[in-house]
Design a protein around this ligand. Structure first.
Ligand SMILES: [Zn+2]
Ligand SMILES: [Zn+2]
Length: 440
């Protein structure tokens, strides 16, 4: 069969299963789950893989699930990824009432289009060389650091990011190229975007420890941990003029504990934060400044501060040849004028980590409005958000694995990894840092 006929056949099969793809998307959207706890979501994917009768592996990185599609001949293996997790934003009208979890990053759509691509590719695999791994992965959103620390303390995970953990476990070892797509809200209608890169980051948890005292009777006996944090925050703000524009540094935080009782001098204040920047060097440099500021806060009031740094994500590095292949297919499906090249993305993803090790692509696709992560995020165009990304992925895989899989083989051969797996894991380990600063 000709390559174009295979694409046509896969696309028709995706259209035929349109209702099931939408149903899956809405089912996942209506039951948002936190990273490393996406059991129901993973089960929904697994049920479909079982219905197809393909071989699967589950429980990868606690909840990840893989389904394998085999071509007629041995050859390169292409991973198509979809992220399982939601995160907390109780302001969102669709947020789960009890947990505050919501799919405001569009990951439910990734899973639907991942499965959609699987539907299309199943139809044509016998004409391709190599294989496809459909891989629903856990815990992309780097949130609830305390919970992840508890999993780490119990030995259930080592790294906080799902793909980091999967890399450690060897779950990417059976793939040569990885691809996925992520929601974007820039243009609600037909649109696809390739970014020039993204920020990476270090995750941080800080705990200011003071001394409790009656806030009215004898506050002079206390050491106010909230005031320590307040000084630290001012000191962080005072660093901002030293951040270089080209490094795109972002330092942001939330307070997860601000005290215990309003009539008691706060003895413990906890914050979670990210230090983001465009390069590993800029992340490390900015992170050292933030650590210094945290210590300054403790010093200011005679408190202690425990700093707990964890390796965040590396910047996106889209493989250029794979990008061309993906954008050519996106152009065919939605028109060249709707496929855009963007500057660097201010956010971060653990897909960046994997792209340091093997050729990969992390494009963005439209069909959504509002801003990512906010209460206004909505799916507005089901075809663009769910169906078209599935078709682009399937068509791209066909280009990669057609004939003797020459395109995939060339991409693999030309790729120069930025880090070996060993060096990558060593880098992550070097970013762990936990120390209690007692300034007295
Ligand atoms: Zn997100
Ligand atoms: Zn996301």
């Amino acid at each position: 069969m000709e390559r174009e006929d295979l694409k046509k056949s896969a696309i028709e099969e995706i259209d035929r299963n349109w209702d099931k793809i939408i149903q899956l998307a809405h089912s996942i959207e209506s039951e948002p789950e936190e990273g490393y706890r996406e059991h129901k979501t993973a089960r929904k994917v697994e049920d479909i893989f079982r219905e197809w009768g393909i071989s699967t592996r589950s429980g990868l990185g606690l909840t990840g699930i893989k389904g394998y599609l085999e071509g007629s001949k041995k050859g390169p293996s292409i991973g198509i990824l979809g992220e399982l997790d939601a995160f907390f934003n109780p302001e969102h009208p669709q947020a789960d009432k009890s947990s505050g979890l919501v799919h405001a990053c569009g990951h439910f759509a990734q899973i639907a289009s991942l499965v959609g691509a699987g539907w299309g590719l199943r139809k044509v695999m016998q004409h391709l060389t190599g294989g496809v791994v459909l891989f629903a992965v856990p815990a992309e959103e780097y949130v609830n650091l305390e919970y992840r620390q508890s999993l780490k303390d119990k030995g259930q995970i080592k790294y906080f990011g799902g793909k980091q953990e999967l890399e450690r476990l060897g779950a990417f070892d059976d793939m040569d190229i990885v691809m996925m797509n992520h929601a974007q809200t820039e243009v609600p209608g037909r649109s696809a975007f390739i970014s020039a890169g993204s920020n990476g980051f270090v995750g941080k948890a800080a705990r200011f420890l003071g001394r409790a005292a009656h806030a009215g009777v004898e506050p002079f006996k206390g050491v106010n941990a909230l005031n320590a944090f307040h000084i630290a925050l001012s000191a962080i703000h005072a660093q901002r003029e030293t951040f270089k524009d080209e490094d795109a540094v972002r330092v942001h935080m939330i307070v997860t504990k601000g005290g215990d009782s309003v009539n008691v001098v706060p003895s413990e204040v906890r914050v979670e934060m990210y230090v983001r920047a465009k390069s590993i060097e800029a992340i490390e440099e900015s992170n050292a400044k933030v650590d210094r500021a945290l210590r300054a806060g403790a010093l200011g009031v005679g408190a202690k501060v425990e700093i707990n740094n964890t390796p965040g994500y590396l910047p996106i590095l889209n493989d250029e040849r794979l990008t061309r292949c993906w954008t050519d297919n996106a152009s065919l499906l939605i028109g060249e004028e709707n496929v855009h090249r963007l500057g660097a993305f201010g956010g971060s993803t653990d897909m960046g980590d994997i792209m340091h090790l093997m050729p990969g692509i992390h494009p963005f696709t439209g069909g959504f409005s509002g801003d990512l992560h906010t209460k206004d995020f909505r799916l507005v165009d089901e075809e663009m958000a769910l169906l078209i990304p599935a078709k682009i992925s399937a068509a791209t895989v066909i280009d990669l694995l057609y004939g003797e899989a020459a395109e995939a083989k060339e991409i693999i051969e030309q790729f120069k990894p930025r880090l070996s797996k060993k060096a990558y894991l060593k880098l992550l380990d070097s970013l762990f840092y936990k120390k209690l600063w007692d300034v007295e």
